[in-house]
Design a protein around this ligand. Structure first.
Ligand SMILES: Cc1cc2nc3c(=O)[nH]c(=O)nc-3n(C[C@H](O)[C@H](O)[C@H](O)COP(=O)(O)O)c2cc1C
Length: 222
């Protein structure tokens, strides 16, 4: 195997946002499910996993969101897989919510006394440390930010497998949410849309990668 440093650098140098997909080429189920495992295993604050992923195969629904998804038109038209990344609502992420009770006890298997301690810690984190109740939207914004971790892990996992991908925020969130809720894709009491991501195989070459130099990006304080 290649030197691990070279492997990492090659991988990130060669991961590109795919700007056009070959509609004939499909990502295998095994590759897709491996990418989804990378999402599922992603870290989150306190391990609360404030996300859900929708694999949108329904062509009728894709057609309905396409007019509001300028950044996803090429992905919707040609990609093999389109995934909508949902974020938990503020109500579900408040320290004393039913969802957090469920995950602490049923998923993380904390006994009652430890679960209560974690809830108290999370309350002071949300109230005092991060001040997530001080303005409307702060708690949801904080939650939604975490969904970029599985998004990023999916991009990297796809690149390792040689699958092309596109992270997508180029859509009108209100309009796409309206369509998906009307179609019964998710319950808005528990989720909102954070972003989308598509997978497939490119049908054109990428622009050369451009990035600021390291000395502009990294400041070392001794
Ligand atoms: C959060 C996020 C949202 C993005 N939204 C879109 C999008 O809607 N459509 C698109 O074609 N590219 C989108 N991009 C891709 C960026 O334009 C791309 O990552 C950037 O230009 C760097 O290019 P590279 O990914 O090829 O290195 C998005 C990227 C990120 C991280």
């Amino acid at each position: 195997m290649k030197n691990k440093r070279d492997f990492i650098l090659d991988l990130f140098q060669n991961r590109y946002t795919c700007k056009g997909y070959d509609p004939e080429k499909k990502v295998s189920d095994e590759d897709f499910m491996t990418i989804m495992e990378a999402a599922r295993l992603s870290p989150s604050s306190m391990g609360y996993e404030p996300w859900k992923f929708i694999l949108l195969n329904n062509e009728g629904i894709k057609k309905k969101i396409r007019p509001y998804s300028w950044g996803a038109e090429k992905a919707i038209d040609g990609a093999s897989h389109l995934v909508i990344i949902l974020s938990r609502t503020a109500k579900d992420m408040k320290y004393d919510s039913d969802y957090l009770k469920y995950i602490t006890r049923e998923i993380q298997n904390f006994p009652e006394d430890l679960a209560a301690k974690r809830t108290a810690k999370f309350k002071s984190f949300q109230e005092d440390d991060f001040k997530l109740f001080e303005n409307e939207g702060a708690l949801y914004d904080w939650t939604r930010m975490q969904t970029y971790i599985p998004l990023t892990n999916m991009l990297t996992a796809a690149a390792i497998l040689g699958v092309d991908s596109t992270p997508i925020e180029g859509f009108n969130i209100e309009k796409v949410e309206k369509v998906l809720v009307e179609e019964g894709v998710y319950d808005p009491k528990h989720f909102g849309i954070a972003s989308m991501i598509s997978f497939g195989y490119k049908n054109r070459e990428h622009r050369e990668k451009t990035r600021r130099p390291m000395d502009e990006v990294l400041k070392i304080v001794d």
